[in-house]
Design a protein around this ligand. Structure first.
Ligand code: AMP
Length: 253
């Protein structure tokens, strides 16, 4: 079974995101970038399936500017067998929309004869939460989104999903698309020897043009703003004072 894991290069989750002065988006120059955390979880799951002898190959794919090679290098160090960069020009200032990403991935799924896609449930930079679902629709495959457990057996995959008030388990026929939730697994720590070994591996590259996909944006970002600053809190000295403030100032009692 061949597994494709799409991995996106995003602003590192520890970085405090800053909005560009013109409000056109967020600042990415000189900012630490990393693999989208949900994609790390997806990759970890795929590598575990390989280690259990269920998967035969794990292919990591990223669509992005040339620096995205670093993200793919990390994927190789985590245990991906192959890495493919669908290269956007260096000056591409545009975040590809989920529909374009899904169409690009669908083409690669076809040409690589992939059996299972494990993607992140959402990219933490744009919070679209749409690519996996669109990819499943484009391929005509079943989808198990927000997976918190994955169990592959005999041409099917059981996907447990955390839903309001409990757990839901779906049985999908393979080929299928899965998207990962936070509790699916704890991605492994990548040790130095694995990083060194990954440096020697080849990252395959394909220019976006050869896929013939129109990446013209369909959505228009009107503006991006910082969240409103939180007002400072007040310390109260007694329960009576608290009650009085809730009653007379906040008007909630
Ligand atoms: P989104 O729908 O944008 O929130 O992204 C959901 C998932 O789609 C991510 O967690 C990735 O697995 C995948 N994805 C989105 N954009 C890209 C990209 N440019 N390259 C590779 N994978 C991507």
């Amino acid at each position: 079974m061949k597994i494709l894991v799409p991995v996106k290069r995003v602003v590192d989750y520890n970085v405090r995101v800053r909005v560009r002065a013109d409000g056109s988006g967020i600042e990415t120059g000189n900012v630490k970038m990393s693999m989208n955390p949900f994609d790390e979880i997806a990759l970890e799951e795929a590598v575990r399936l390989k280690e259990k002898g269920i998967a035969t190959e794990v292919l990591a794919v990223s669509i992005g500017v040339p620096q995205t090679r670093d993200t793919l290098r990390t994927a190789l160090a985590m245990g991906a067998d192959r890495a493919l960069l669908v290269a956007l020009p260096q000056d591409a200032d545009q975040d590809l929309e989920p529909l374009c990403v899904a169409r690009i991935l669908a083409k690669i799924v076809d040409s690589e004869k992939v059996d299972l896609v494990i993607a992140g449930k959402q990219a933490i930079d744009n919070d679209m939460n749409a690519t996996g679902q669109m990819l499943a629709a484009a391929l005509g495959w079943g989808q198990g989104t927000y997976a918190s457990a994955v169990d592959v057996a005999e041409g099917t995959v059981l996907v447990t999903r955390e839903v309001d008030g409990g757990l839901q388990t779906l049985r999908l026929k393979i080929p299928a698309v899965i998207t990962t939730d936070l509790r699916l697994n704890q991605p492994r720590y990548v040790a130095l020897p694995a990083i060194m070994k990954a440096k020697k591996k080849t990252i395959e590259e394909m220019p976006l043009e050869v896929l013939g996909i129109d990446i013209t944006p369909r959505l228009e970002v009107l503006k991006t703003v910082e969240p409103p600053a939180r007002q400072a809190g007040v310390k109260v000295h007694s329960v009576d004072e608290l009650l009085s403030k809730l009653k007379n100032e906040a008007g909630v009692l």
